[in-house]
Design a protein. Structure first.
Length: 186
């Protein structure tokens, strides 16, 4: 009978050990699966945040570049105001640059946030004001009234300065939007 009890106890111990091992294996597998899922979710979030950052950065850079090109082209227009051929050529080029600026403006505006959207709109309006002032200056030079020329040249200089200030304000708003806040999870 002792051999029978020994066999029963050994068999019971084997069953308990097997059940215990199975339970620990199941718990370990569940834990590993949960950790793998959490790691994949974290990697996906990081990839999404990085993609969003790059998308915004590219939109802001393209807009700033387009604004700078048009600003420079308008400056060239101011330099040749009164020369109908040169002004006309630069005006045609500036129209193409203005279309690019408008296109990139919409993308930069959509990227947000609101502070950047406001700066985008203000920069466009400032460059557009510089554009209009340059055209009026050219018209005034053609009219050959010295008082009007001086008045329009002063207005053009004011618009140029305002466009530069708006560009700087846009760049600062873009930098702030691209700089992660301490509250943003890494």
């Amino acid at each position: 009978m002792d051999a029978l009890w020994t066999a029963v106890i050994a068999a019971g111990s084997a069953v308990v050990a097997s059940a215990t091992t199975g339970w620990f294996t199941t718990v370990a597998a569940r834990t590993q699966a949960r950790l793998n899922r959490e790691m994949q979710v974290a990697q996906l979030r990081h990839t999404q945040v990085e993609h969003r950052y790059q998308q915004r950065r590219e939109a802001y850079a393209e807009y700033a570049k387009a604004a700078g090109i048009l600003h420079s082209r308008i400056g060239d227009m101011v330099a040749v105001a009164g020369d109908p051929d040169a002004f006309s050529l630069l005006l045609d080029e500036a129209r193409a640059d203005r279309a690019v600026l408008l296109s990139t403006m919409h993308i930069a505006f959509l990227e947000g946030p609101q502070a950047v959207g406001v700066a985008v709109r203000e920069l466009y309006e400032a460059v557009n004001g510089f554009w209009s002032a340059a055209r009026r200056l050219n018209d005034a030079v053609h009219d050959a009234v010295p008082a009007h020329v001086a008045e329009h040249r002063a207005l053009t200089d004011q618009r140029r300065t305002a466009a530069r200030a708006s560009r700087d304000a846009f760049m600062e708003a873009a930098r702030q939007a691209l700089t992660p806040s301490p509250d943003t999870p890494a």
